[in-house]
Design a protein around this ligand. Structure first.
Ligand code: TRP
Length: 452
Protein backbone atom coordinates (compact mmCIF):
# COMPACT_ATOMS: atom_id res chain seq x y z
CA UNK A 1 0.00 0.00 0.00
CA UNK A 2 1.37 3.36 -0.86
CA UNK A 3 1.32 5.92 1.91
CA UNK A 4 -0.96 8.90 2.24
CA UNK A 5 0.93 11.99 1.19
CA UNK A 6 0.33 14.97 3.46
CA UNK A 7 1.59 18.37 2.41
CA UNK A 8 1.65 21.75 4.14
CA UNK A 9 3.14 25.09 3.22
CA UNK A 10 4.13 27.81 5.64
CA UNK A 11 4.29 31.34 4.31
CA UNK A 12 7.56 32.97 5.34
CA UNK A 13 6.38 36.31 6.56
CA UNK A 14 6.52 37.37 10.16
CA UNK A 15 7.58 35.65 13.32
CA UNK A 16 5.78 32.58 14.68
CA UNK A 17 3.50 33.17 17.67
CA UNK A 18 1.80 30.98 20.27
CA UNK A 19 -1.31 30.73 18.11
CA UNK A 20 0.69 29.30 15.20
CA UNK A 21 2.34 26.86 17.56
CA UNK A 22 -0.89 25.51 19.03
CA UNK A 23 -2.99 25.72 15.86
CA UNK A 24 -0.55 24.54 13.22
CA UNK A 25 2.99 23.64 14.21
CA UNK A 26 2.35 21.29 17.11
CA UNK A 27 -0.45 19.27 15.46
CA UNK A 28 1.41 19.08 12.13
CA UNK A 29 4.54 17.73 13.77
CA UNK A 30 2.48 15.18 15.69
CA UNK A 31 0.84 14.12 12.41
CA UNK A 32 4.22 13.79 10.69
CA UNK A 33 5.06 10.98 13.12
CA UNK A 34 2.19 8.74 11.92
CA UNK A 35 3.75 5.74 10.20
CA UNK A 36 1.04 5.58 7.52
CA UNK A 37 1.82 9.04 6.20
CA UNK A 38 4.49 10.55 4.07
CA UNK A 39 4.78 14.22 4.93
CA UNK A 40 5.93 17.22 2.96
CA UNK A 41 6.55 20.52 4.74
CA UNK A 42 7.80 23.53 2.92
CA UNK A 43 8.58 27.20 3.34
CA UNK A 44 6.33 29.04 0.91
CA UNK A 45 8.67 31.90 0.12
CA UNK A 46 7.20 32.60 -3.32
CA UNK A 47 3.86 33.07 -1.62
CA UNK A 48 5.52 35.37 0.90
CA UNK A 49 6.45 37.72 -1.96
CA UNK A 50 2.77 38.34 -2.57
CA UNK A 51 2.49 39.88 0.89
CA UNK A 52 5.92 41.32 1.52
CA UNK A 53 8.46 43.25 -0.54
CA UNK A 54 11.11 43.58 2.14
CA UNK A 55 13.98 41.24 1.18
CA UNK A 56 15.56 41.25 4.65
CA UNK A 57 12.28 40.28 6.21
CA UNK A 58 11.70 37.43 3.75
CA UNK A 59 15.12 36.01 4.52
CA UNK A 60 14.88 36.48 8.28
CA UNK A 61 11.45 34.94 8.38
CA UNK A 62 12.61 31.96 6.30
CA UNK A 63 15.37 31.36 8.81
CA UNK A 64 13.10 31.77 11.85
CA UNK A 65 10.34 29.61 10.52
CA UNK A 66 12.68 26.84 9.41
CA UNK A 67 14.39 26.93 12.82
CA UNK A 68 11.00 26.90 14.54
CA UNK A 69 9.76 23.76 12.84
CA UNK A 70 13.04 21.96 13.42
CA UNK A 71 13.21 23.11 17.06
CA UNK A 72 9.69 21.83 17.66
CA UNK A 73 10.69 18.38 16.54
CA UNK A 74 10.13 18.12 12.80
CA UNK A 75 12.50 15.35 11.71
CA UNK A 76 13.99 16.10 8.29
CA UNK A 77 15.01 12.43 8.00
CA UNK A 78 11.39 11.31 8.21
CA UNK A 79 9.66 14.05 6.25
CA UNK A 80 10.53 16.04 3.16
CA UNK A 81 11.33 19.54 4.42
CA UNK A 82 12.24 22.07 1.74
CA UNK A 83 11.96 25.62 0.54
CA UNK A 84 9.51 26.23 -2.30
CA UNK A 85 11.94 28.39 -4.28
CA UNK A 86 14.50 25.55 -4.34
CA UNK A 87 12.15 23.54 -6.53
CA UNK A 88 12.08 25.17 -9.99
CA UNK A 89 9.50 22.63 -11.12
CA UNK A 90 6.91 24.44 -8.96
CA UNK A 91 6.92 27.73 -10.90
CA UNK A 92 7.18 25.71 -14.09
CA UNK A 93 4.06 23.76 -13.21
CA UNK A 94 2.41 27.02 -12.17
CA UNK A 95 2.57 28.14 -15.79
CA UNK A 96 1.22 24.85 -17.16
CA UNK A 97 -1.66 25.15 -14.71
CA UNK A 98 -2.17 28.85 -15.41
CA UNK A 99 -2.92 27.90 -18.99
CA UNK A 100 -5.77 25.59 -18.01
CA UNK A 101 -7.18 27.75 -15.20
CA UNK A 102 -10.38 29.63 -15.88
CA UNK A 103 -9.92 33.32 -15.19
CA UNK A 104 -13.40 33.34 -13.69
CA UNK A 105 -12.29 30.82 -11.09
CA UNK A 106 -9.62 33.24 -9.90
CA UNK A 107 -12.08 36.14 -9.92
CA UNK A 108 -14.05 34.23 -7.31
CA UNK A 109 -11.13 33.65 -4.90
CA UNK A 110 -11.99 35.03 -1.45
CA UNK A 111 -8.77 37.00 -0.98
CA UNK A 112 -9.03 38.65 -4.39
CA UNK A 113 -12.72 39.38 -3.94
CA UNK A 114 -12.13 40.91 -0.52
CA UNK A 115 -9.49 43.21 -2.01
CA UNK A 116 -11.69 44.33 -4.92
CA UNK A 117 -14.69 44.78 -2.62
CA UNK A 118 -12.63 47.01 -0.34
CA UNK A 119 -11.63 49.12 -3.35
CA UNK A 120 -15.24 49.40 -4.52
CA UNK A 121 -16.28 50.59 -1.10
CA UNK A 122 -13.78 53.40 -1.38
CA UNK A 123 -15.13 54.06 -4.91
CA UNK A 124 -11.77 53.26 -6.39
CA UNK A 125 -10.93 51.14 -9.40
CA UNK A 126 -11.69 47.58 -8.22
CA UNK A 127 -8.18 46.41 -9.09
CA UNK A 128 -6.37 49.38 -7.57
CA UNK A 129 -3.20 48.27 -5.82
CA UNK A 130 -3.83 44.59 -6.49
CA UNK A 131 -0.90 42.70 -7.99
CA UNK A 132 -1.17 39.82 -10.41
CA UNK A 133 0.68 37.90 -7.69
CA UNK A 134 -2.33 38.12 -5.40
CA UNK A 135 -4.55 37.11 -8.29
CA UNK A 136 -2.39 34.11 -9.20
CA UNK A 137 -1.81 33.00 -5.61
CA UNK A 138 -4.26 30.06 -5.88
CA UNK A 139 -2.53 28.70 -9.00
CA UNK A 140 0.89 28.75 -7.36
CA UNK A 141 -0.65 26.99 -4.38
CA UNK A 142 -2.24 24.39 -6.67
CA UNK A 143 1.20 23.76 -8.18
CA UNK A 144 2.68 23.28 -4.68
CA UNK A 145 0.15 20.59 -3.98
CA UNK A 146 -0.19 18.91 -7.38
CA UNK A 147 3.55 18.61 -8.06
CA UNK A 148 3.70 16.03 -5.25
CA UNK A 149 0.27 14.55 -5.91
CA UNK A 150 -0.58 15.16 -2.26
CA UNK A 151 -3.69 13.41 -0.94
CA UNK A 152 -4.28 15.53 2.14
CA UNK A 153 -3.55 19.16 2.86
CA UNK A 154 -3.98 20.22 6.50
CA UNK A 155 -5.08 23.85 6.49
CA UNK A 156 -7.16 26.34 8.39
CA UNK A 157 -10.68 27.09 7.23
CA UNK A 158 -9.53 30.22 5.43
CA UNK A 159 -7.54 28.03 3.02
CA UNK A 160 -10.21 25.51 2.12
CA UNK A 161 -11.22 27.36 -1.02
CA UNK A 162 -7.63 27.18 -2.24
CA UNK A 163 -7.65 23.40 -1.93
CA UNK A 164 -10.92 23.23 -3.83
CA UNK A 165 -9.38 25.34 -6.56
CA UNK A 166 -6.36 23.01 -6.69
CA UNK A 167 -8.78 20.12 -7.24
CA UNK A 168 -10.59 22.01 -9.99
CA UNK A 169 -7.40 22.95 -11.74
CA UNK A 170 -5.90 19.45 -11.45
CA UNK A 171 -9.08 17.88 -12.71
CA UNK A 172 -9.20 20.20 -15.67
CA UNK A 173 -5.63 19.34 -16.62
CA UNK A 174 -6.36 15.62 -16.32
CA UNK A 175 -9.41 16.00 -18.48
CA UNK A 176 -7.79 18.17 -21.16
CA UNK A 177 -4.71 16.00 -21.52
CA UNK A 178 -6.51 12.72 -21.10
CA UNK A 179 -4.74 11.08 -18.18
CA UNK A 180 -4.69 10.70 -14.43
CA UNK A 181 -1.74 13.01 -14.12
CA UNK A 182 -2.81 14.57 -10.85
CA UNK A 183 -4.24 13.14 -7.68
CA UNK A 184 -7.06 15.42 -6.52
CA UNK A 185 -6.17 16.73 -3.04
CA UNK A 186 -8.46 17.09 -0.07
CA UNK A 187 -8.35 19.67 2.68
CA UNK A 188 -7.83 18.16 6.12
CA UNK A 189 -9.24 20.47 8.76
CA UNK A 190 -8.18 19.65 12.28
CA UNK A 191 -11.44 19.87 14.18
CA UNK A 192 -10.14 19.64 17.72
CA UNK A 193 -7.24 22.02 17.50
CA UNK A 194 -7.55 25.05 19.72
CA UNK A 195 -7.65 28.57 18.37
CA UNK A 196 -5.87 30.66 20.93
CA UNK A 197 -7.23 33.99 22.04
CA UNK A 198 -4.68 36.79 21.84
CA UNK A 199 -3.74 39.50 24.32
CA UNK A 200 -7.00 41.36 23.69
CA UNK A 201 -9.21 38.28 23.72
CA UNK A 202 -9.80 38.15 19.96
CA UNK A 203 -8.29 35.20 18.03
CA UNK A 204 -4.50 35.44 18.24
CA UNK A 205 -3.45 36.64 14.81
CA UNK A 206 -0.82 38.75 13.13
CA UNK A 207 -3.56 40.85 11.58
CA UNK A 208 -4.96 41.86 14.99
CA UNK A 209 -1.56 42.67 16.39
CA UNK A 210 -2.43 40.79 19.58
CA UNK A 211 0.09 37.96 19.46
CA UNK A 212 2.58 36.54 21.92
CA UNK A 213 5.69 35.64 19.93
CA UNK A 214 6.64 32.00 20.36
CA UNK A 215 10.30 32.52 21.19
CA UNK A 216 10.18 35.33 23.72
CA UNK A 217 12.86 34.96 26.37
CA UNK A 218 11.44 33.56 29.58
CA UNK A 219 11.08 36.91 31.36
CA UNK A 220 9.32 38.59 28.48
CA UNK A 221 7.04 35.61 28.00
CA UNK A 222 6.06 35.94 31.65
CA UNK A 223 5.36 39.65 31.25
CA UNK A 224 3.32 39.05 28.11
CA UNK A 225 1.18 36.48 29.88
CA UNK A 226 0.70 38.75 32.90
CA UNK A 227 -0.48 41.37 30.40
CA UNK A 228 -3.39 39.33 29.01
CA UNK A 229 -6.62 41.26 29.66
CA UNK A 230 -8.96 39.89 32.30
CA UNK A 231 -12.10 41.25 33.89
CA UNK A 232 -12.16 43.05 37.22
CA UNK A 233 -13.21 40.13 39.40
CA UNK A 234 -11.30 40.15 42.69
CA UNK A 235 -9.41 37.29 44.33
CA UNK A 236 -11.77 34.90 46.08
CA UNK A 237 -14.63 35.67 43.73
CA UNK A 238 -15.65 32.53 41.78
CA UNK A 239 -14.71 32.85 38.10
CA UNK A 240 -16.18 31.24 35.01
CA UNK A 241 -13.44 29.26 33.22
CA UNK A 242 -15.51 29.08 30.02
CA UNK A 243 -15.45 32.84 29.68
CA UNK A 244 -11.78 33.24 30.47
CA UNK A 245 -8.98 33.58 27.92
CA UNK A 246 -6.51 32.54 30.58
CA UNK A 247 -8.35 29.26 30.92
CA UNK A 248 -8.65 28.59 27.21
CA UNK A 249 -4.95 29.17 26.68
CA UNK A 250 -4.22 26.96 29.68
CA UNK A 251 -6.32 24.16 28.18
CA UNK A 252 -4.29 24.27 24.98
CA UNK A 253 -1.12 23.48 26.92
CA UNK A 254 -2.13 21.50 30.03
CA UNK A 255 -3.68 18.08 29.48
CA UNK A 256 -7.24 17.26 30.58
CA UNK A 257 -6.23 16.40 34.14
CA UNK A 258 -4.54 19.70 34.93
CA UNK A 259 -7.30 21.57 33.09
CA UNK A 260 -9.89 19.96 35.37
CA UNK A 261 -7.89 21.09 38.41
CA UNK A 262 -7.68 24.62 37.02
CA UNK A 263 -11.42 24.60 36.37
CA UNK A 264 -11.95 23.82 40.06
CA UNK A 265 -9.52 26.56 41.07
CA UNK A 266 -11.53 29.05 39.01
CA UNK A 267 -14.72 28.05 40.78
CA UNK A 268 -12.86 28.52 44.07
CA UNK A 269 -11.93 32.05 43.16
CA UNK A 270 -8.25 31.83 42.18
CA UNK A 271 -6.77 35.33 41.76
CA UNK A 272 -6.04 36.40 38.15
CA UNK A 273 -2.43 37.01 39.05
CA UNK A 274 -2.04 33.50 40.34
CA UNK A 275 -3.89 31.94 37.41
CA UNK A 276 -1.56 33.77 35.05
CA UNK A 277 1.47 32.55 36.96
CA UNK A 278 0.27 28.93 36.71
CA UNK A 279 -0.38 29.48 33.01
CA UNK A 280 3.11 30.88 32.49
CA UNK A 281 4.73 27.94 34.32
CA UNK A 282 2.82 25.50 32.17
CA UNK A 283 3.65 27.15 28.83
CA UNK A 284 7.23 27.72 29.80
CA UNK A 285 7.70 24.08 30.80
CA UNK A 286 6.67 23.02 27.31
CA UNK A 287 8.49 25.74 25.39
CA UNK A 288 11.68 25.95 27.49
CA UNK A 289 13.48 22.97 25.94
CA UNK A 290 12.22 23.88 22.46
CA UNK A 291 13.48 27.44 22.94
CA UNK A 292 16.94 26.05 23.63
CA UNK A 293 16.79 24.04 20.40
CA UNK A 294 15.63 27.13 18.56
CA UNK A 295 18.44 29.29 19.86
CA UNK A 296 21.05 26.72 18.83
CA UNK A 297 19.56 26.41 15.37
CA UNK A 298 19.15 30.12 14.73
CA UNK A 299 22.81 30.60 15.64
CA UNK A 300 23.76 28.20 12.86
CA UNK A 301 22.03 29.25 9.64
CA UNK A 302 24.45 27.11 7.58
CA UNK A 303 23.13 23.97 9.22
CA UNK A 304 19.60 24.96 8.32
CA UNK A 305 20.57 25.82 4.76
CA UNK A 306 22.24 22.41 4.39
CA UNK A 307 19.14 20.67 5.69
CA UNK A 308 16.97 22.60 3.26
CA UNK A 309 19.25 21.71 0.37
CA UNK A 310 19.12 18.05 1.31
CA UNK A 311 15.34 18.35 1.47
CA UNK A 312 15.24 19.97 -1.94
CA UNK A 313 17.24 17.08 -3.45
CA UNK A 314 14.82 14.60 -1.97
CA UNK A 315 11.88 16.59 -3.29
CA UNK A 316 13.38 16.96 -6.75
CA UNK A 317 13.79 13.22 -7.10
CA UNK A 318 10.05 13.36 -7.61
CA UNK A 319 9.41 16.73 -9.17
CA UNK A 320 12.00 16.43 -11.95
CA UNK A 321 10.69 13.26 -13.58
CA UNK A 322 7.13 14.39 -12.99
CA UNK A 323 7.53 17.76 -14.68
CA UNK A 324 9.19 15.96 -17.59
CA UNK A 325 6.14 13.79 -17.90
CA UNK A 326 3.84 16.84 -17.70
CA UNK A 327 5.84 18.73 -20.30
CA UNK A 328 5.49 15.70 -22.52
CA UNK A 329 1.78 15.62 -21.88
CA UNK A 330 1.25 19.17 -23.12
CA UNK A 331 3.56 18.74 -26.12
CA UNK A 332 6.67 20.48 -24.86
CA UNK A 333 8.92 17.71 -26.09
CA UNK A 334 12.23 17.16 -27.80
CA UNK A 335 12.14 17.18 -31.59
CA UNK A 336 14.74 14.47 -31.61
CA UNK A 337 13.34 11.65 -33.74
CA UNK A 338 13.58 9.00 -31.06
CA UNK A 339 11.65 11.16 -28.63
CA UNK A 340 8.88 11.84 -31.11
CA UNK A 341 8.70 8.14 -31.91
CA UNK A 342 8.69 7.13 -28.29
CA UNK A 343 5.85 9.49 -27.43
CA UNK A 344 3.72 8.22 -30.23
CA UNK A 345 4.58 4.69 -29.19
CA UNK A 346 3.79 5.45 -25.57
CA UNK A 347 0.20 6.41 -26.34
CA UNK A 348 -0.33 3.14 -28.16
CA UNK A 349 1.29 1.20 -25.37
CA UNK A 350 -0.84 2.71 -22.67
CA UNK A 351 -3.71 0.89 -24.26
CA UNK A 352 -1.78 -2.36 -24.58
CA UNK A 353 -0.09 -2.16 -21.14
CA UNK A 354 3.00 -4.12 -22.05
CA UNK A 355 5.51 -5.30 -19.51
CA UNK A 356 8.47 -3.03 -18.78
CA UNK A 357 11.39 -3.72 -21.07
CA UNK A 358 14.76 -2.63 -22.40
CA UNK A 359 14.78 -1.44 -26.00
CA UNK A 360 18.04 -1.14 -27.92
CA UNK A 361 18.48 0.91 -31.05
CA UNK A 362 21.13 2.48 -33.25
CA UNK A 363 21.46 6.08 -34.23
CA UNK A 364 24.25 7.92 -36.05
CA UNK A 365 26.52 4.90 -35.79
CA UNK A 366 26.10 4.65 -32.05
CA UNK A 367 24.22 2.10 -29.99
CA UNK A 368 21.73 3.11 -27.29
CA UNK A 369 19.12 1.60 -25.04
CA UNK A 370 16.11 2.79 -23.13
CA UNK A 371 14.22 1.23 -20.25
CA UNK A 372 10.50 1.68 -20.86
CA UNK A 373 7.80 1.00 -18.29
CA UNK A 374 4.40 -0.58 -18.84
CA UNK A 375 2.86 2.84 -19.58
CA UNK A 376 5.41 3.57 -22.26
CA UNK A 377 7.24 6.10 -20.12
CA UNK A 378 10.96 6.25 -20.65
CA UNK A 379 12.57 5.45 -17.30
CA UNK A 380 16.19 5.29 -18.44
CA UNK A 381 17.97 6.70 -21.46
CA UNK A 382 21.46 5.35 -22.05
CA UNK A 383 24.57 7.21 -23.07
CA UNK A 384 25.90 6.29 -26.55
CA UNK A 385 27.91 3.08 -26.87
CA UNK A 386 30.27 2.04 -29.63
CA UNK A 387 28.51 -1.24 -30.30
CA UNK A 388 25.27 -3.07 -29.63
CA UNK A 389 27.36 -5.57 -27.71
CA UNK A 390 28.60 -2.92 -25.31
CA UNK A 391 25.06 -1.69 -24.81
CA UNK A 392 23.90 -5.26 -24.21
CA UNK A 393 26.57 -5.83 -21.59
CA UNK A 394 25.53 -2.73 -19.72
CA UNK A 395 21.87 -3.80 -19.78
CA UNK A 396 22.91 -7.14 -18.30
CA UNK A 397 24.97 -5.39 -15.63
CA UNK A 398 22.07 -3.11 -14.66
CA UNK A 399 19.73 -6.08 -14.39
CA UNK A 400 22.13 -7.68 -11.95
CA UNK A 401 22.26 -4.69 -9.61
CA UNK A 402 20.38 -5.56 -6.46
CA UNK A 403 19.73 -1.90 -5.80
CA UNK A 404 20.21 0.65 -8.50
CA UNK A 405 23.62 2.28 -8.39
CA UNK A 406 23.45 6.03 -8.96
CA UNK A 407 25.72 9.01 -8.46
CA UNK A 408 25.17 11.56 -5.69
CA UNK A 409 22.42 13.37 -7.59
CA UNK A 410 20.43 10.15 -7.89
CA UNK A 411 19.72 11.07 -11.51
CA UNK A 412 22.28 8.91 -13.39
CA UNK A 413 22.91 5.18 -13.28
CA UNK A 414 26.42 3.87 -12.82
CA UNK A 415 27.98 0.56 -13.75
CA UNK A 416 31.27 0.26 -11.95
CA UNK A 417 32.66 3.76 -12.33
CA UNK A 418 30.97 4.79 -15.57
CA UNK A 419 27.80 6.74 -16.09
CA UNK A 420 25.69 4.53 -18.35
CA UNK A 421 22.22 6.08 -18.34
CA UNK A 422 20.08 8.97 -17.16
CA UNK A 423 16.85 8.68 -15.21
CA UNK A 424 14.08 10.24 -17.29
CA UNK A 425 10.39 10.07 -16.32
CA UNK A 426 11.32 8.22 -13.19
CA UNK A 427 12.60 8.17 -9.70
CA UNK A 428 14.78 5.37 -8.41
CA UNK A 429 11.93 3.19 -7.06
CA UNK A 430 10.21 3.24 -10.49
CA UNK A 431 13.37 1.93 -12.11
CA UNK A 432 13.92 -0.68 -9.42
CA UNK A 433 10.33 -1.89 -9.76
CA UNK A 434 10.69 -2.19 -13.51
CA UNK A 435 13.97 -4.09 -13.17
CA UNK A 436 12.42 -6.46 -10.67
CA UNK A 437 9.53 -7.16 -12.98
CA UNK A 438 11.82 -7.75 -15.94
CA UNK A 439 13.93 -10.15 -13.91
CA UNK A 440 10.88 -11.96 -12.61
CA UNK A 441 9.43 -12.28 -16.12
CA UNK A 442 12.70 -13.63 -17.50
CA UNK A 443 13.00 -16.10 -14.65
CA UNK A 444 9.48 -17.38 -15.22
CA UNK A 445 10.11 -17.74 -18.96
CA UNK A 446 13.24 -19.74 -18.27
CA UNK A 447 11.36 -22.06 -15.95
CA UNK A 448 8.52 -22.47 -18.42
CA UNK A 449 10.63 -23.36 -21.46
CA UNK A 450 11.67 -27.02 -21.52
CA UNK A 451 15.43 -27.50 -21.21
CA UNK A 452 16.86 -28.09 -24.66
N1 TRP B 1 -1.58 29.79 1.56
C1 TRP B 1 -1.14 29.06 2.72
C2 TRP B 1 -1.37 29.93 3.97
O1 TRP B 1 -1.41 31.13 3.86
C3 TRP B 1 0.32 28.69 2.62
C4 TRP B 1 0.55 27.74 1.51
C5 TRP B 1 1.19 27.98 0.33
C6 TRP B 1 0.10 26.39 1.47
N2 TRP B 1 1.20 26.85 -0.44
C7 TRP B 1 0.52 25.86 0.23
C8 TRP B 1 -0.61 25.58 2.36
C9 TRP B 1 0.23 24.55 -0.15
C10 TRP B 1 -0.90 24.27 1.99
C11 TRP B 1 -0.48 23.75 0.75
O2 TRP B 1 -1.49 29.39 5.03
Amino acid sequence: MSKTRILTGITTTGTPHLGNYVGAIRPAIAASRHPGAESFYFLADYHALVKCDDPARIQQSTLEIAATWLACGLDPEKVVFYRQSDIPEIPELTWLLTCVTAKGLLNRAHAYKAATDANREKSEDPDAGITAGLYMYPVLMAADILIFNAHKVPVGRDQVQHIEMARDIGQRFNHLYGGEYFTLPEAAIEENVATLPGLDGRKMSKSYNNTIPLWLPEKELRNAILGIVTNSQVPGEPKNPDESHIFSIYQAFAGPVRSAAMRAAFKNGIAWGEAKQVLFNCINAELGPLRENFEKLIASPETIEDLLQAGASKARERTLPFIRKLRGAVGIRSLHTSSVASTVQSTAETVGQKAPRFVSYRENDKAYFKLIDSNGLVLLQSVPFDSQRDAGRVIAAIKQQMSLKTDGSGRVVMVETSVVAKLMDAIRPDVENALQRINALEASKKNASPAS
